[in-house]
Design a protein around this ligand. Structure first.
Ligand code: FES
Length: 230
């Protein structure tokens, strides 16, 4: 028989299946915590850090990613405090600077309150969320793609240089990549600090319905389970 735990997320009492993550519990209850590297069918990697929350314990708070945090009985989670919003906004801004031409990344950045990007664009065309690598390894079991290099040289490639032959041509690596699933057709180029005009609908929606899911491109392309407005 399935076991459940009860926790508090913001002001809501939430029930979750034992073993579920705090992010799963939140989304199943209609609480929208921004997330990017999370994929329901894959292991969580905690790579993008967008889903950070505060865990309150004995009056102390600890900040951690909610996708890698197991929901436990009696847990108290805050997903939308000023401190969290500020940190999340900064993380989103850095992601846009790292890969400016992704509609998915821009959408989520806007939802996190980003209107201008203060950091120089790197145009890496990859935010190292690892979705492609995890699909290749865990889902397709091809083990063709992997992270190569360290620090600023870290990037995704056919691992060990010879694994191109392992590729099963399943296409999941591109289908679920935030760069290729939702490329941005706007005028976002190095040196331009503003989010592109194509994403202005998101800016308008974010201003008008702060904190409300607007079924953004990210939700459509990334299988966000939230279907209803609150
Ligand atoms: S969704 Fe949790 S760290 Fe990316």
């Amino acid at each position: 028989m399935q076991q459940y735990v009860t926790l508090k997320i913001d002001d809501a009492r939430v029930q979750a299946i034992k073993g579920a993550s705090v992010l799963d519990a939140a989304m199943a209850s209609g609480i929208c915590i921004p997330h990017l590297c999370y994929v329901p069918v894959l292991k969580d990697s905690g790579a993008c850090r967008l889903c950070i929350v505060e865990v309150v314990n004995d009056g102390r708070t600890k900040i951690t990613a909610s996708c890698t945090l197991n929901a436990e009985d009696g847990m108290v989670i805050r997903s939308n405090t000023e401190r969290i919003r500020k940190l999340r906004k900064n993380i989103a801004e850095l992601l846009v600077a790292q890969a400016p031409n992704s509609r998915a990344v821009q959408d989520i950045a806007v939802r996190c309150g980003v209107k201008e990007v203060r950091y120089p664009f790197r145009n890496d065309n990859c935010i190292q969320c690892g979705r492609c690598v995890r699909y290749c390894t865990e889902y397709s079991k091809a083990n063709a793609l992997g992270f190569v290099g360290r620090g600023k040289n870290r990037h995704v490639e056919f691992a060990l240089g010879f694994r191109r032959d392992f590729c099963k041509k399943c296409g999941f690596c591109t289908e679920y990549c935030p760069m290729s699933v939702t490329p941005c057709g706007g005028a976002m180029k190095a040196g331009e600090g503003r989010l592109c005009a194509n994403c202005e609908s998101q800016i308008a929606m974010a201003d008008k319905f702060s904190g409300v899911c607007v079924r953004c491109e990210l939700g459509r392309g990334f299988g966000c389970v939230r279907q209803t407005y609150v």
